[in-house]
Design a protein around this ligand. Structure first.
Ligand SMILES: *[C@@H]1O[C@H](CO)[C@@H](O)[C@H](O)[C@H]1NC(C)=O
Ligand SMILES: *[C@@H]1O[C@H](CO)[C@@H](O)[C@H](O)[C@H]1NC(C)=O
Ligand SMILES: *[C@@H]1O[C@H](CO)[C@@H](O)[C@H](O)[C@H]1NC(C)=O
Ligand SMILES: [Zn+2]
Length: 424
């Protein structure tokens, strides 16, 4: 059997065979209650995750797991659920159908709202549009905005950062480094990062305090190839990894397991077909190298590194590679809680704030641990809320609400950072 398409949440993963028609036709999404923990243990999630031709395990937040199941695995899976007397419901009877529906809606909105020099929150944008947008901002605001080409993706897309200042020309300010789009299918991430760029550039008076002694450097789409790939058809919507071939049959490395800090230890896979494949070596991915080099070039001035993912409503801090807190965890916790509290006050949305390994699962070789170890005193992975049918698909009508809510949290964290780490 040939498995050429793969796709999972921020961490676990399915490699699947191609069929005619829509790839996900006949796939079902189950929600399995984990309230009964002794029963939940009977269902071996890592065995399911490792069997990535048939299953993909999405969120395991202690309350429920979402499990995507291949049509051929339905009888086995039901047997497994019944053997463990698990409570479950079928969230989606035909995953292919809703992916097709979402795809058509996104195409329609793309035609309805072509790029005209601004990126609003009506729809999701392509990597090329996001690059064009930051270039246009730089042209319109030459004293406050600088765009820099920082590298090239595996397929040759230019990766560009935008540096936003208040235009006073002072050098050597502290730095906040933000990136989005590490994982291809997490579309709300680049959308939230682009919203923040818009705010910092076009609404800069309101953020004067955040730009006084700090510059912001932002890479909106790290995994540009993967992000583009998710936009070309319903069959590719669930892609997570990069697009560099990883074996004869599989494509893609998890860029957020590819960093050279406890690389290929826990929570990363050495199976090239897995969604969390760490790669043949650390920094095998040009996209991870770009982020590495940004981190090092800014580390002496960098005070906060923030990488935006989805989903799960988490603000996560190191360590991710081991179940241990760094000595300075109270600083991380204080800043993270400022974000979580601000979001809760603004919209009621609850974020959990804490160490990655304790709140989610270990994930060695991720960019947040790397940046923290390289000298950023504050380093977070923010997991934005789930939305839509596949959880990675907040409907376009929800983009506005979600990106505004996210920005409230980012601003609160940045304010706390500015207060805690004044310019020397
Ligand atoms: C949890 O599930 C087990 C079966 O796996 C069952 O024996 C037990 O009674 C359940 N506990 C509760 C509280 O429902
Ligand atoms: C993977 O799952 C399928 C479908 O349930 C099953 O037939 C197969 O034996 C499993 N493979 C492994 C290695 O567990
Ligand atoms: C990654 O770790 C696994 C498990 O320890 C090991 O089998 C594999 O060889 C490692 N991969 C590389 C490229 O070192
Ligand atoms: Zn992610």
């Amino acid at each position: 059997m040939k498995y050429i398409l793969l796709f999972a949440v921020c961490s676990y993963g399915i490699a699947l065979s191609y069929a005619k028609g829509n790839f996900y036709d006949g796939f079902k999404m189950y929600e399995v209650s984990m309230m009964n923990r002794s029963a939940a243990r009977g269902l071996d999630y890592s065995t399911l995750s490792n069997n990535n031709s048939y299953y993909e395990v999405f969120s395991r937040n202690g309350v429920a797991a979402h499990i995507l199941v291949h049509p051929d695995a339905q009888p086995d899976f039901l047997k497994l659920l019944n053997a463990n007397t698990m409570n479950y419901k079928i969230v989606h009877n035909d995953v292919g159908l809703w992916l097709k529906h979402d795809f058509e809606m996104n195409q329609k909105l793309r035609n309805l709202y072509p790029y005209q020099g601004k990126l609003g929150t009506e729809r999701y944008y392509s990597h090329a549009e996001i690059n064009q947008f930051i270039e246009d901002l730089a042209k319109q605001n030459p004293t406050r905005v600088e765009v820099k080409t920082v590298g090239k993706s595996f397929e040759g897309r230019w990766l560009k950062t935008i540096r936003i200042t208040n235009g006073d020309g002072r050098a050597n300010k502290n730095v906040i480094l933000v990136d989005g789009g590490f994982h291809a299918r997490e579309w709300i991430s680049p959308a939230a990062v682009v919203y923040g760029i818009n705010e910092l550039v076009n609404n800069y008076e309101a953020h004067a305090q955040l730009l006084q002694d700090y510059d912001w450097v932002i890479l909106p789409v790290v995994n540009a190839d993967g992000y583009e790939y998710t936009q070309i058809s319903p069959d590719t919507r669930m892609w997570r990894k990069t697009r560099q071939p990883s074996s004869a049959d599989c494509i893609g490395i998890d860029p957020n397991r590819n960093f050279d800090f406890h690389w290929n230890e826990t929570g990363a896979s050495s199976d090239p077909c897995s969604q969390t494949y760490a790669g043949p070596k650390a920094f095998s991915e040009p996209e991870a190298i770009v982020v590495r080099d940004l981190i090092h070039s800014l580390a002496d001035r960098g005070k906060m590194y923030l990488t935006v993912h989805s989903y799960g409503n988490y603000i996560l801090y190191p360590w991710g590679y081991i179940d241990l807190l760094p000595d300075t965890w109270e600083d991380l916790d204080e800043v993270g809680r400022a974000g979580g509290d601000a979001i809760k006050a603004a919209t009621g949305t609850i974020y959990q704030v804490g160490c990655s390994t304790q709140l989610m699962y270990p994930a060695a070789g991720a960019s947040d641990d790397y940046a923290f170890n390289a000298g950023f005193p504050i380093s977070f992975t923010m997991e934005l809320p789930a939305g839509g049918d596949n959880n990675f698909d907040p409907p376009p009508a929800d983009i506005d609400r979600l990106v505004k809510e996210t920005w409230v949290g980012i601003v609160a964290m940045a304010q706390k950072v500015v207060e805690k780490y004044p310019l020397n």
